[in-house]
Design a protein around this ligand. Structure first.
Ligand SMILES: NC(=O)c1ccc[n+]([C@@H]2O[C@H](COP(=O)([O-])OP(=O)(O)OC[C@H]3O[C@@H](n4cnc5c(N)ncnc54)[C@H](OP(=O)(O)O)[C@@H]3O)[C@@H](O)[C@H]2O)c1
Length: 294
């Protein structure tokens, strides 16, 4: 099975293996990293290797990750799409809380513009928080479409949404991407992926490597199905997990998260791992770990 290396994100063409920047902050995306120079070096290496889709959020840190991106990558190349998300905030202990009122979404878009030091954001995902304030979806999207009309963002996406949410959103505005939890060890979101395929919406799985919360690629490497496919191809378990995602949909865009240049390079090479039908059948036996966020 051959893998194409680029796909559309809205009207932008991006490399299918991008970079998720959440791991560049301190543990649990809270506070600064131990070594900010190393974090900036990972970002620069990602772009050197052709990454042109970076996922971030003002609430990573807060502000820490957006600042690192601005410091490391400005002046931004024209082809770079930086995706961010609004809809949540952090409490004093780093907990994640919903913050969905339209004025709050507007303030958070402005905070991302300031942190990233841009005049327009490439993609803003509306992140629905299950325990958040009950604000109708139409009101939340209304805030984002107004900001798009003002030129403050180019594309609107959705994150942590159901298929019904996607259908309801499409009645209101075009949706460029859906960012939900999904991986070889967490396939519960398959119906949303199917809907994205039917609608031609890019699908951007978070926790593509199972996430640090469940042990990440170390846990993947211990799974017999994943380990056997990795051994057959002479590649890492992380690369198998990413290649499995790429094989499922031609507009699947990856944002694996890492704070390590070696892991970044490993992840970017996953686009060259060609899984065959037998590999995919073997990977159907991978133990399901569920969604780390419940
Ligand atoms: N929309 C949302 O609500 C939401 C939620 C969560 C995440 N996200 C986004 O999705 C991105 C990806 O999710 P994630 O970072 O939480 O989880 P992930 O990509 O599934 O896994 C990250 C973990 O894997 C490790 N890792 C990465 N590449 C590796 C490799 N090649 N070999 C061994 N270990 C490797 C990382 O540690 P090292 O740093 O040591 O490499 C880290 O512990 C985030 O960065 C963020 O941008 C969005």
């Amino acid at each position: 099975m051959t893998t194409t290396h680029t796909a559309l994100l809205g009207d932008r063409t991006v490399r299918r293996v991008g970079f998720g920047a959440m791991q560049l902050a301190g543990p649990n995306a809270w506070g600064p990293p131990r070594d900010p120079d190393a974090a900036r070096a990972v970002l620069r290496r990602a772009l050197d290797l052709g990454v042109n889709h970076v996922d971030t959020a003002q609430i990573y840190g807060p502000d820490v990750v957006n600042d690192l991106i601005a410091e490391a990558l400005r002046p931004y190349p024209d082809e770079l799409v930086i995706a961010t998300k609004v809809g949540g905030r952090r409490d004093d202990g780093g907990g994640w809380i919903g913050a969905a009122r339209p004025e709050r979404l507007r303030a958070d878009v402005e905070a991302n513009l300031r942190g990233l030091r841009v005049e327009r954001l490439g993609l803003v995902n509306l992140r629905l928080m299950p325990d958040g304030e009950r604000v109708p979806l139409a009101e939340q999207l209304g805030a984002l479409t107004a900001l798009r009309d003002e030129g403050k963002l180019a594309l609107i996406g959705l994150s942590t949404v159901s298929a019904d949410d996607v259908r309801a959103a499409l009645e209101i505005t075009p949706i460029a991407a859906v960012q939900n939890a999904f991986s070889v060890v967490n396939r519960a979101d398959q119906p949303v992926l199917d809907l994205c395929r039917a609608q031609g919406i890019a699908y951007v799985p978070y926790f593509p490597l199972g996430s640090a919360y469940v042990g990440g690629p170390q846990v993947l490497a211990a799974d017999p199905a994943i380990a056997s496919v990795a051994a057959k191809h002479g590649v890492s378990a992380a690369q198998v997990a990413l290649a499995w995602l790429l094989a499922r949909y031609d507009r699947m865009l990856l944002i694996p998260g890492t704070s390590s240049i070696a892991h970044l390079e490993d992840n970017l090479a996953a686009g060259h791992v060609a899984l065959d039908d037998q590999d995919l059948a073997t990977l159907d036996g991978a133990k399901q770990l569920g969604n780390p966020m419940g």
